[in-house]
Design a protein around this ligand. Structure first.
Ligand SMILES: C[S@@+](CC[C@H](N)C(=O)[O-])C[C@H]1O[C@@H](n2cnc3c(N)ncnc32)[C@H](O)[C@@H]1O
Length: 394
């Protein structure tokens, strides 16, 4: 282990800032928990029957539910609180990042100079950053993933990393706010015990939250990661080097990957496709098909598609972010046929796979393994959120 300072440890919020972060975390939990349940009750007791009386049928789609809910005070209040809690998530960490920004930058520079873990960071300032990143603050995070205000800036990486902890309620120092990476990698170990990737690429890695967990489960790979945002890459690289994880980070647009054909056994993405246009998804999957080795696997974590929701009400709740969280592609992503999307990129339809499983660590390992094998397990919700993974073998 090197004596480089872990960039995560530069973040030292004051007592009042920690209180604010805790408040925001709890507010989010309350809005998404009890308050959301109250809203659903109003829908099923009042709004749905009203629609039935007026139209002779219940709403059939999330969009119809949304239209019927727009004039409901409980929806307006819920939505306003959720929107504000999202804004406050970033505001609650920004002062602590700004105060120590010179140190954050220095620690990242030290990591880039020393590279004790043997990884690397190659930025390309001429990378075409897509309008989906530059035109709006995705997730309402001021400055999005790419903005730079100082030379060698890492502020957006630090805000994303520490705001992410507020968002998910993982505020304890050293506590993990990752879910998908560990869950899917462990599921792959159970489902495909012979899969032993040697080369790995993560797309849209940002600060590497999920990717680091995948690497933990599959150690010994030759790891590569790309993103269009320089500040998030600097942050991720600094973290990797200080924690002894060798990753080669590159600033690249996933639509035009700078790797030779057949380079990787394993390609992943998380929380990525719902933030880009369908046109971009198609270009990226073609690139993934090109850089995957024959027999290689691409797997992604995403929001559940419309085909898997329990009904139009759930669809309405999931699509909230498309309207109020600066994630306009959410809806389009969820309404695509994913098998067809992969087939258009060259993957054989029979090689497509998708599964939903409980979050790893929220239930006994035996229950998790049973869920992965498709055996009956306690209902959804008993063990936290169920993750949706999809992908294909080349
Ligand atoms: C929500 S973040 C995902 C973060 C990360 N995968 C995780 O799970 O924590 C989406 C990331 O994709 C990056 N991104 C968006 N479009 C991209 C593109 N065309 N090529 C590469 N990266 C892109 C953004 O800069 C951002 O860092």
């Amino acid at each position: 282990m090197s004596n480089l300072k872990n960039i995560d440890d530069v973040f030292e919020p004051t007592h009042d800032e920690v209180s604010r972060q805790r408040f925001v975390s709890i507010l989010r939990k309350r809005v998404l928990g009890e308050f959301a349940k109250d809203m659903q009750t109003v829908y099923s007791h009042t709004v749905e029957p009203r629609c039935e009386r007026k139209n002779g049928r219940k709403p059939k789609t999330g969009i119809e539910v949304r239209k019927a809910m727009l004039d409901q005070p409980i929806f307006q209040e819920w939505s306003a609180l959720r929107h504000n809690a999202q804004l406050m998530t970033w505001w609650s960490v920004q002062p602590a990042v700004e105060r120590k920004l010179p140190e954050f930058i220095q620690v990242a520079k030290d990591a880039a100079a020393a590279t004790p873990a043997g990884g690397s960071l190659r930025l390309n300032p001429s990378t075409a950053i897509p309008a989906t990143v530059t035109e709006l603050d995705v997730h309402l995070m001021p400055g999005c993933f790419h903005s730079e205000h100082l030379a060698d800036d890492v502020a957006q990486g630090a805000v994303l990393q520490h705001g992410g902890r507020v968002f998910s309620g993982a505020l304890t120092r050293g506590g993990s706010n990752s879910g998908w990476g560990a869950t899917t990698a462990r599921a792959l170990k159970i489902k495909f015990p012979d899969f032993a990737p040697k080369s790995y690429l993560d797309l849209g890695c940002a600060v590497g939250k999920e990717m680091f967990k995948v690497i933990e489960v599959y150690p010994g790979m030759d790891n590569h990661a790309i993103d269009v945002g320089a500040p998030v890459l600097r942050y991720a690289h600094a973290r990797a080097e200080a924690t002894g994880v060798r990753v080669h980070f590159r600033q690249q647009n996933a639509e035009t990957l700078d790797y030779p054909d057949n380079s990787f056994d394993f390609v992943t993405s998380s929380f990525f496709f719902h933030e880009i246009s369908v046109k971009s998804s198609k270009a990226i999957l073609k690139e993934v098909f090109r850089v995957l080795k024959p027999g290689g696997l691409m797997i992604n974590q995403e929001l559940i598609p419309v085909s898997l929701v329990t009904g139009p009400y759930e669809d309405f709740v999931i699509d909230w972010d498309a309207y109020y969280n600066n994630e306009p592609y959410y809806y389009q992503f969820r309404h695509q046929d994913l098998r067809t999307l992969f087939a258009e990129a060259g993957f054989k339809p029979k090689n497509y796979l998708q599964f939903r499983i409980p979050m790893y660590g929220t239930c006994p390992d035996a229950t998790f393994a049973a869920a992965v094998r498709g055996e009956p397990v306690p209902p959804s919700g008993a063990h936290g959120p169920r993750w949706f993974s999809f992908g294909a073998w080349k």
